[in-house]
Design a protein around this ligand. Sequence first.
Ligand SMILES: [Fe+2]
Length: 282
Amino acid sequence: MVNRSRRRFLWKGVGSTVALAAGTGLYTWRIEPHWVEFVERVLPIVNLPQALAGRTLVQLSDLHVGPRVDDDYVLGVFDRVRALAPDIVAFTGDFTENHRWMAAHARRVYSRVPVGRLATVGVFGNHDYGPDWRSPELAADLVPVLADCGIRVLRNEVVDVAGLDVVGLDDLWAKRFQPAVVLAYRNAAKPALVLSHNPDTADEPGWLGYEGWILSGHTHGGQCKPPFLPPPVIPVRNRRYTSGEIDATGGRRLYISRGVGHSLMVRFNVRPEVTVFTLQRA
Ligand SMILES: [Fe+2]
């Protein structure tokens, strides 16, 4: 009798454990990768023109449009961003999981992108350079596609947005990151904001004294992490650069988005993110 009830108790325990593991797996695979969080923050910028104070900038990062990310999910995020009527939309890399036949797919999705009232700009990430980050021709193919959709890709270039310099730096792993070529020719007294896919770039040489914000992505926040602990796997040298706001070297300040998409379709305790900044005079 005692044995039988003990056995029943053990089987119940096994059943609960299996159900919990299956539920967690299902959540990690089917729910959290598409449970996007809209994070609202202020972005204080030194000498910001008065006309830009209170304007909104939406950062979209790491969409990874391609075979691993559901197009309908991305288009749903686009619709929600469009409803906010942002003034600036800024992409911080990995527009795509780029490969030889990607341009047509990218055109289909990005033709429905929300554009900013003042500007829609972005930079490339390593995945835009193909599976091994070494296919500059694939990234080059994306430039006109994105331009047709209203997105200007900045490749170590600067664009003036109502008196604010938006500096877009090209990707580090694709060996295209060249901050000095753009920073040397801008008026350092002018307010600025930098877009750079990989947060490790904050520690690279070539900033020529730039102090200010760098909006980044690349890490996806690690995609999966245990509660109260850092993510075990992140693709950066500087392991402080996980997600959110972080002080970098040289007076630079990073904001690292957890990204919208994913490389593998798993997320646990690291929800995808759209960041809605309100510009403010520092
Ligand atoms: Fe990415």
